[in-house]
Ligand binder design. Sequence first.
Ligand code: HEC
Length: 105
Amino acid sequence: MKRAWIILIVFFSGQVFAQELAKGRELFELYCAACHNPGPGHPATYMLGIKRGREKAVIKGREDLAPEYIANVVRGGLLEMAPFRPTEISDENLKALIAYIRSKD
Ligand code: HEC
C-alpha cells in the first residue's frame, strides 16, 4: 500500500515536470530561439561561439549555466541581449524556461 503511494507520487511529480518542460520549450521558441537556436543566422549562438567556444555556443542543454545566472541574464540583459520584464515572462514561466534550457530534451 505504502509502495503504491510512492509510485503514484513519483508518477505525478514526473507529469508535473514534463508539463513544466513543455511550457519551457514553448517560451523558448517564442522568446529566445530567434537568437539562440543552433546554426547560422542566430546572433546569440554566433556571439557565444566566439566568446565561450563552439561547444558553449548553444545555450539549450548547457549544464554549466546556473539557474540563478540564467535568471539574472533574462531579467537584467547582457550586452546586446535586452532584458525581459515579469510582464513578458512571469517568475513562474521563467522557472519553466530555465528547467527547459538545462534539460537534455
Ligand atoms: C535579440 C537576441 C536575443 C534574444 C531574443 C535572447 N538573447 Fe540571450 N543572448 C543574446 C546575445 C547576443 C548573447 C551574448 C551576449 C554577449 O555578448 O556576451 C546572449 C547571451 C545569453 C546568455 C548568457 C550565456 C553565457 O554563456 O553567458 C543567456 C543565459 C541567455 N542569453 C539566455 C536567453 C534566454 C533564456 C532568452 C529568452 C528568454 C534569450 N537569451 C533571448 C541575444 C539574445
